[in-house]
Write a protein that binds this ligand. Structure first.
Ligand code: SF4
Ligand code: SF4
Length: 396
């Protein structure tokens, strides 16, 4: 069937992205010019309490995930951002290393770093040993004796939130001081996971998707409130729904409007937009310094609410309709990374973790998936899987 292979249009799109350098590693390109902002005064970005931790954070933080220029970290830090979010797996460890190199020698109380470690679930026999090994490596890369928040990365179910072995291992890490606070991140859009966390009394922080496109936004908003009232600090991600306002990823979204929408919820402590250049940082800072959403911005977001965009609702309506039971929601996330974030390496890593190959839909007589959000799932799969054929060293 036509949709099973990358069609000419998709081939041209992915080739054009590679040719234009948007997907190619910076080592293959000219380096970005540095920018010094040391003379700038600290911003007036409002702060909010991070749950029961006793820490207050500016409502604007930095998701470092896709950044590879330490001067961008410097600009954010000098502008008053001091919470930086990374993960053990980002950029094969280079992301943590960049943060470690940047903060080495700076006062430890002048920054707040969260990292995330992905583990298999259900836990294997050597779960705790593996977790400790990964954390030791993260701490070495970060050049720190402890992180401020250690998250279990990408929990997908309530079972993971309350798993006794996971909880016991995380508690030990907090007790022996390798993490000040513990938490989990999730892409699953399941409010019940926040309720389970609130009931467990274990987690200090939860890192969750929160944006104006969420299909279950009312339920999520209420669960965030319940979790916050139970003392959990809420960190919001995916606030920009993929960073583009169209399904093809061609038009940049109004980042400020998206952030302001999330900040309207007083129970959201902070957001971690993944800006990758100085213009995007400036756009986020402008929003952080003037966080009230305007009527025009509300109208703009309302106009996008019914449009097909990049953001998969993870409703899973597609999975049972696919005879191959492909992990379509996660493949759609990989598509968003490639075409929304323009981050092909992250897209590739995601597909590799899923053990997806380049011809995932091969042999299927016709796509039986009907996505309520209007995604042409087979076409998106065909458009993203070719990234597996590009040598990893050529990708950002
Ligand atoms: S049906 Fe559509 S929105 Fe729902 S999980 Fe599948 S791709 Fe995402
Ligand atoms: S039904 Fe599944 S395998 Fe077949 S084309 Fe659709 S997504 Fe691919």
């Amino acid at each position: 069937m036509e949709n099973n292979t990358m069609n000419r249009r998709d081939f041209l799109r992915i080739s054009a992205l590679i040719g234009a350098g948007t997907l190619v590693a910076p080592t293959a390109l000219a380096t970005l010019p540095g920018r010094q902002r040391d003379d700038e005064v600290e911003s007036s970005i409002p702060r909010r309490a991070l749950g029961r931790t006793g820490v207050e954070l500016p409502i604007l933080s930095m998701g470092v995930m896709r950044a590879d220029n330490p001067n961008l970290l410097r600009a954010a830090y000098n502008a008053g951002i001091f919470h930086f979010d990374t993960a053990h797996g980002y950029q094969n460890g280079r992301n943590e290393e960049m943060i470690g190199n940047f903060f080495q020698g700076k006062p430890r109380d002048s920054f707040f770093v969260g990292t995330k470690i992905k583990m298999n679930y259900p836990p294997r026999d050597n779960f705790e040993e593996e977790l400790n090994e990964r954390l030791s490596l993260s701490l070495r890369r970060l050049k720190m004796e402890r992180v401020d928040v250690l998250y279990m990365h990408a929990f997908a179910s309530v079972a993971e939130v309350v798993d006794e072995r996971v909880v016991a291992a995380m508690r030990k890490i907090k007790d022996d001081g390798r993490a000040r606070f513990i938490g989990f991140s999730t892409h699953a859009h399941k409010p019940e996971m926040l309720d389970a966390a609130a009931g467990s009394g274990v987690y200090d922080v939860a890192l969750v998707s929160y944006n104006f496109k969420l299909g279950n936004v009312a339920e999520t908003t209420l669960a965030i409130e319940r979790a916050a009232r139970a003392g959990i600090g809420i960190v919001a991600m995916k606030t920009m729904t993929g960073g583009r306002e169209d399904a093809a990823g061609e038009r940049k979204i109004n980042a400020g409007a998206c952030l302001k929408w999330a900040w309207q919820n007083e129970h959201v402590t902070t957001a971690i937009p993944g800006f990758t250049n100085f213009d995007e940082l400036d756009e986020c800072l402008a929003a952080g310094r003037s966080p009230g959403i305007s009527a025009d911005e509300e109208r703009y977001l309302a106009g996008l609410r019914e449009q097909e965009m990049m953001f998969c609702q993870r409703c899973e309506a597609c999975v049972s309709r696919c005879p191959k039971r492909l992990p379509i929601p996660d493949i759609m996330r990989a598509y968003m990374y490639a075409y929304g974030y323009k981050q092909a390496s992250l897209s590739r890593e995601t597909l590799e973790e899923l053990a997806i190959n380049g011809d995932a839909c091969a042999g299927c007589a016709g796509c039986t998936v009907k996505c309520p959000a209007g995604f042409d799932v087979a076409r998106k799969i065909a458009a993203v899987t070719p990234v597996l054929n590009v040598p990893a060293e050529l990708l950002t």
